[in-house]
Design a protein around this ligand. Structure first.
Ligand code: GRF
Length: 246
């Protein structure tokens, strides 16, 4: 088995390189202790040093944080191109438990009623954490245009409908009330207009006879949890093609 050492350095936003993880070949490891005899006397050529970048992301929540939980679980079980470096909430949200369980710093910035000041505070904390990407995961506040200026094409949101159908805060109820036979999940870039940014990924969810808002939302969330971590990972790694993913 090859031994590796990971070294990391965090660069500020805008320099191109994110957190660079360098995998150092075994030859760079300290020499064996004197009482250990190397088993191989023929030296193998060193493998090439590989570099990969890891994007630091901020996740913003207001509620139970089940999507945050999945994003963290996925990070801890895959070789992701993202790393959650801060969680920010506008209230003492139950979902903050997932940040603490995974050892991620969290910040509560209570909604003050002043959108501009609230947005500046959030953007400053995201900058402090060295994040390039902002992932909204059930964040129930609308940020001012300053956020889009400071993180252009770097803020994404997940919405429980197939946008442009059923935008707004009551998308699940609206789909049920409309009597349609399916709804779904959309991941999209955040722009000034609410729930109107370019779509990155969508997945359909059927509406079943007897569905209630809770039963339908639960099935939608199963798809959200499957889709969001993989799309975040693909986006920050630059693996998305520009076509909507399903
Ligand atoms: C999700 O259904 C998402 O689509 C919507 O808010 C909900 C957040 O759920 N924007 P959770 O807090 O991640 O459990």
């Amino acid at each position: 088995m090859q031994a590796t050492i990971a070294t990391s350095a965090v660069s500020r936003r805008g320099t191109g390189a994110k957190r660079v993880v360098e995998e150092v070949p075994p030859s760079a490891l300290p020499p064996l202790a004197e009482n250990k005899t190397p088993r191989h006397t023929t030296r193998r050529p060193d493998p090439p040093t590989t570099l990969r970048t890891v994007a630091e992301i901020a996740v913003l929540i207001s509620g139970t944080g089940s999507n945050l939980r999945r994003i963290l679980e996925y990070q801890h079980s895959h070789d992701t191109a993202y790393h959650v470096s801060v969680v920010i909430a506008d209230r003492t949200a139950p979902g903050l438990q997932w940040a603490s369980q995974y050892g991620v710093p969290s910040i509560v910035i209570p909604w003050s009623g002043d959108r501009a000041a609230f947005t500046t505070e959030i953007c400053d904390r995201i900058d402090d954490a060295g994040c390039d990407w902002v992932v909204l995961a059930g964040f129930m506040r609308i940020l001012s245009p300053e956020a889009i200026d400071r993180f252009p094409s770097r803020i994404i949101n997940i919405h429980p409908s197939l946008l442009p159908a059923f935008p707004g805060a009551h998308a699940v109820d609206a789909a049920l009330a409309a009597g349609v036979d399916h709804t779904g999940v959309t991941i999209h870039f955040v722009v000034e207009a609410v729930d109107a940014g370019p779509i990155v990924a969508q997945r359909e969810v059927p509406i079943l006879p007897g569905d209630t808002p809770d039963s339908l939302h639960a099935r939608i969330q199963v798809q959200e949890h499957d889709l969001y971590p993989t799309i975040v990972d693909a986006l920050v790694a630059g693996r998305l093609t520009g076509e909507v993913q399903t």
